[in-house]
Design a protein around this ligand. Structure first.
Ligand code: SAM
Length: 231
């Protein structure tokens, strides 16, 4: 269970209505039962249910079950598409160890309406589901051109079906963080391609001869990156 509270020996955690409903009504747990909790910062803890009511409750931390993971510093930048497919991208990116997920508005972005709170909730659920102790942050949508104006040393795996480049040739310097960039259904514009080509940090990567849907491309790119740069 994800809880937005500090975790430590003897620490008590108040439960809100949704958490109480999930634990006591859906999972049918009761006072005295153990629950695995994490907050994305302090590792996974075994907590005991010390109070249970219909709309509230309390857990008490009893022991550290797993230390906090420190996954490689990978961001996923993607152009939002249809709601369900965008949800899917966020869910899979959280499962695959992205630290930060950034919806980017590109020249051909299909949908600019993004509910960050909803996507963040999906990221939390995905982290809960896969037993990770880390929850990626979903950022507010930002124009790709704005984002690139202040770009630092972070390298960009620029996925584009019109360009050649192999994931196995991605630079691999110690401690240099990465971002994967996936475009919308309409792909990138020529202006975006030349902007990225002019940046030393960006490396074009092809995901094969077939044109993948944006959600498939995001998973394929993260898999390739994890296989060469992951932990
Ligand atoms: N503009 C293209 C078209 O309509 O022919 C399709 C874009 S594709 C559906 C969406 C995004 O997925 C692309 O912008 C790119 O980032 C990524 N992508 C899909 N297939 C890819 C491939 N074979 N290599 C690299 N990136 C790919």
């Amino acid at each position: 269970l994800f809880v937005d509270e500090p975790l430590g020996e003897g620490q008590t955690i108040p439960l809100d209505q949704g958490q109480a409903h999930y634990l006591f009504m859906v999972l049918r747990t009761a006072v005295g039962d153990p629950v695995a909790v994490f907050n994305g910062r302090d590792g996974e803890w075994t907590a005991e249910i010390t109070a249970a009511a219909k709309k509230s409750g309390e857990l008490t931390c009893r022991g550290l079950a797993a230390p906090q993971l420190d996954p490689p510093d990978l961001w996923l930048l993607f152009a939002p598409i249809k709601k369900q497919r965008t949800d899917f991208i966020v869910e899979k990116a959280a499962e695959m160890g992205a630290r930060r997920i950034v919806p980017v508005l590109t020249d051909f972005t299909n949908s600019e309406r993004v509910r960050v709170d909803r996507l963040q909730a999906h990221a939390v659920e995905a982290a809960e589901q896969c037993g990770g102790t880390f929850v990626p942050e979903v950022a507010e949508p930002v124009r790709l051109t704005t984002l690139l104006e202040d770009w630092d040393d972070r390298r960009i795996m620029f996925c584009d079906e019109t360009l050649a480049g192999s994931a196995s040739d991605l630079a691999d310097e110690d401690g240099v963080p990465w971002a994967i960039l996936i475009g919308p259904e309409g792909g990138f514009s020529e202006a975006e391609r030349s902007r990225l080509a002019g940046m030393g940090q960006a490396q074009a990567v092809s995901l094969g001869p077939r044109i993948l849907r944006a959600d498939t491309a995001a998973i394929a790119a993260m898999t390739l990156w994890q296989s060469t740069h992951g932990d």
